[in-house]
Design a protein around this ligand. Sequence first.
Ligand SMILES: C[S@@+](CC[C@H](N)C(=O)[O-])C[C@H]1O[C@@H](n2cnc3c(N)ncnc32)[C@H](O)[C@@H]1O
Length: 249
Amino acid sequence: MQYKYAQEQLDYSDFSSGRVFYSSPGYPAFPVRLASEIFQRCAASRETIHGVSTPGTLYDPCCGGAYHLSVLAYLHGEHIREVIASDVDEEAVALARQNLGLLDREGLDERIVEISKMFEQYGKDSHGDALRSSSILKKKLSALTEKHPLKTRVFQADATDGNEILKNIKPKSVDLVFTDVPYGQHSYWHDSGLPNPLGSMLNALLGVLSPSSIVAVVSDKQQKALHESYQRIEKFQIGKRRVVILKPA
Ligand SMILES: C[S@@+](CC[C@H](N)C(=O)[O-])C[C@H]1O[C@@H](n2cnc3c(N)ncnc32)[C@H](O)[C@@H]1O
């Protein structure tokens, strides 16, 4: 796979999981450069295919700790008006709430106080790095929210249950879905007995997708992001990950 947008390998250390953004054992952090590339491909498709470039609603129905969503909002917030995250797992939802809280000035200030206290108490280099990164994030957030407010929302739901999703998200209101579904190494599909949870998730999303939406699904090779109500825009493989970008048919 050739990077079309995130062409340079930049230093993303200010966004490292566990530095300013919260991390927890068992919650894999999605690679930042790849997340940025996929997001920019989706934004470009939204513009070329649907002619829409206004900031939209970004949703991940298998959000985990919402690490990649939070990083994307910092990197590409000019394309995002609202970030919505959901997961079936209660602990993931709590972690996602903490990370998406860092897209709010008060939440970020609270995190800065928390890191400052740790630095005073333990004086570790890592806490000093986190303090420096948090002031860089603070400047980025101010610049972003000067242009338009950034709303966030987190809820607990099964991604394969369209009714549950529709209880929390308005019909036809989601512009971009970017989801990194479970693929066995660190995370597993919640056992609901469904033979094809990825297909069921695509089905469940149909009610909330806007007609000009774009959907990016990251999975392993074994799972097929195929559904009769979607048309594939592009597909590529990078390492163990398969990325498929779709639009509602
Ligand atoms: C690979 S992780 C996502 C990590 C995320 N991209 C990040 O950067 O933090 C996949 C998530 O899917 C969740 N999951 C598994 N089955 C689900 C289901 N049926 N509905 C919603 N979420 C589910 C797991 O709890 C896990 O948090």
